[in-house]
Design a protein around this ligand. Structure first.
Ligand code: ZN
Length: 108
């Protein structure tokens, strides 16, 4: 896998192959129980502290806060996109990230 992944600007961005592709200021929709008890949970990300690849899925470790109940916690291995034919294809933050509940790499 020749994709270069890193966090930039104190965790404000995830860089893929030296270009800023995923911004921390997005609100991600997470299904219930992954982050808090909201269904779904609208989580505003505050910072990325790690990134990596799980199969063909790009995952990020982040800190976020639920806009509904105020829960503030870290999120491990949030799927933020996929590598398809060597190119990064970002997931939509609005899509419910049900992949978090089981195996993020199962579609690899
Ligand atoms: Zn909540």
């Amino acid at each position: 896998m020749a994709i270069a992944l890193r966090t930039l600007d104190d965790g404000a961005w995830i860089s893929v192959d030296d270009s800023r592709r995923v911004s921390v200021s997005d609100v991600w929709t997470l299904s219930r129980g992954v982050f808090c008890e909201c269904e779904p949970a609208y989580v505003l990300l505050e910072g990325f502290f790690g990134t990596g690849v799980d199969g063909s899925v790009v995952v990020a470790d982040a800190v976020g806060q639920c806009l509904e109940c105020g829960t503030r916690d870290s999120i491990d291995r949030l799927p933020v996109g996929r590598i398809v034919d060597g190119e990064f294809k970002p997931y939509s933050p609005e899509a419910v990230q049900s992949t978090l509940e089981s195996d993020a790499g199962r579609q690899a």
